[in-house]
Design a protein around this ligand. Sequence first.
Ligand SMILES: Cc1cc2nc3c(=O)[nH]c(=O)nc-3n(C[C@H](O)[C@H](O)[C@H](O)COP(=O)(O)OP(=O)(O)OC[C@H]3O[C@@H](n4cnc5c(N)ncnc54)[C@H](O)[C@@H]3O)c2cc1C
Length: 339
Amino acid sequence: MSNSGEIWVIGEQRRGRLEEVSLELLSKGTALSQRMGVTLSSVLLGDEVEEIARELVFHGAEKVYLLEDARLRYYQSEAYARLLSEVIKEHEPQIILIGATEIGMELAPKVAAKLRTGLTAHCIDLYVGEVDDTPHLIHVVPGWGGNLVMHIICPQRRPQVVTVKPGVLPKAVRDENKKGKIIRVKPDVRDEDFRWIETVEVVEEPPQGKSLESADVVVCGGWGMNALGDFSRVQELADILGGVVAGTRPAMDKGWVEEAWMIGQSGKTVSPGLFVSLGASGAMHYTTGFMGSKVVLAVDHNPQAPIFHVADVGIVGDLREVLPCLIAELKKDRMPRKF
Ligand SMILES: Cc1cc2nc3c(=O)[nH]c(=O)nc-3n(C[C@H](O)[C@H](O)[C@H](O)COP(=O)(O)OP(=O)(O)OC[C@H]3O[C@@H](n4cnc5c(N)ncnc54)[C@H](O)[C@@H]3O)c2cc1C
């Protein structure tokens, strides 16, 4: 780590809308740039997105490198990766922060490979710490089945590329008085960038029911629901509470929920008023997905399950007994509930 070389946040826009994760990265980028005494910049690719570039400035970017071209309107796998790595090579930032979205998860390894540098994926935090008396950027990632938190450094290669899960960091505060430079870079878009793959249209899937991210109550089932054979009781509890059903990775693998309803590091991050966890052991890969919830209620028959370290209210018991009781009691209770 040095005090030369900027920190770059890759601004992600979709159809002319800035993804929230870019604002989250700018808040962390601001803290890191102040700590390291370096410039925080952003880079943005798209078509007619200058307004978004200004938003990046209002949220903390001191400079925005703007690459605009009609053919960059949508995310284009090859073109974005090549152009981004070229502009990085030219300006030599020392840290690249990318959101671990579907786009970021594809873009980051391509860029890192083109730059022959290290990538730490799915970070939940970043900070500057000392290793052998030398300051380093520490990349925090859950590892080894989610029961350990790894603190990773990239000592030899630059820039270091990091992806961060959307929803785990606070958003930067918008301030229209913030000043920053928008630097136009003429992108050299080539036909060969579209040889193998080209996005020609983006069709958004219509939302099915209440969205997971906006739900006040999320009821999430884990592998322990196997004891009941299916997810019908999870749905029943969610219906009574006016909530939305979600699942852990094994619940998704089992086919009880679709991937879009999986909670955790490689799934969705939620912060409802009430998060109910049923028969999930509490691996960190899972718990990072709901750490911002106001109240967490967990049911598991293993009193040692790590889920009880993060739960505000815990019920140790067999789901086959606890769930029918809980549902019956809640059905009786006619008090209005607000979460
Ligand atoms: C890179 C990586 C990313 C990952 N990303 C995610 C992710 O995004 N989301 C995710 O969920 N996982 C993720 N995982 C997997 C994660 O590490 C765990 O393996 C997973 O969360 C465990 O799911 P679970 O709690 O449902 O199952 P288990 O760990 O098997 O837990 C089942 C629980 O049910 C309890 N139980 C069993 N029977 C009963 C009963 N009758 N009554 C009450 N309790 C009972 C058990 O005591 C146990 O605690 C990831 C793993 C890796 C390596």
